[in-house]
Design a protein around this ligand. Sequence first.
Ligand SMILES: Cc1cc2nc3c(=O)[nH]c(=O)nc-3n(C[C@H](O)[C@H](O)[C@H](O)COP(=O)(O)OP(=O)(O)OC[C@H]3O[C@@H](n4cnc5c(N)ncnc54)[C@H](O)[C@@H]3O)c2cc1C
Length: 161
Amino acid sequence: MQRVSPASFREAASRFATGVAVLTALDEHGHVCGMTANSFVTVSLAPPTVLVSIMPGRMHRAISATGRYCVNVLPDHGRDLSRHFASQPNTGASPDYELVDGLPRLQGCIAWFACEVTRHVDVSDHTLIIAEVSTCDHRDATPLVFFSSRYHRGAGAPVER
Ligand SMILES: Cc1cc2nc3c(=O)[nH]c(=O)nc-3n(C[C@H](O)[C@H](O)[C@H](O)COP(=O)(O)OP(=O)(O)OC[C@H]3O[C@@H](n4cnc5c(N)ncnc54)[C@H](O)[C@@H]3O)c2cc1C
């Protein structure tokens, strides 16, 4: 099979617009950790199942240790928070958490999913973390969008069905 170059794969994949989430969890010492992720996917409705694809690192270790994480979907003004949780400190972001049912929840988001891990699947340099959603909530607000490696405000104008 002919393989695409990493640069061309990245460019093409970046044309798939996504929302931006921050995964939060307690690590094995009970400290809050967070990580920006746009690989969030809803997998099934019954039971409500989601996945995220993550690289080895602090969040990977925290989720592996505790089996729980929260997906916090960022609003349109969440760019600095996204950068903050993607190893780019000094954005001026000051995240506020509340602990709900033992999971840190990021304040001011437009949707939250509390997730209980059911399976880990290692694929190349990432792990698919598959989880059942135990609770979720949302509010009506405009999302932050990641498209073509840049942040955008809002979901754009609706197209008629
Ligand atoms: C819009 C956006 C979307 C993103 N979506 C995703 C996503 O869906 N999935 C994802 O994984 N990342 C994603 N990232 C990148 C991710 O947010 C950053 O890499 C973040 O710093 C990881 O946090 P951490 O605390 O888990 O990693 P840290 O522990 O801070 O490590 C940072 C990086 O070092 C490397 N690293 C650390 N420890 C190891 C180890 N033991 N073995 C190998 N490598 C290691 C990994 O590349 C890791 O991501 C996204 C970033 C942005 C801006």
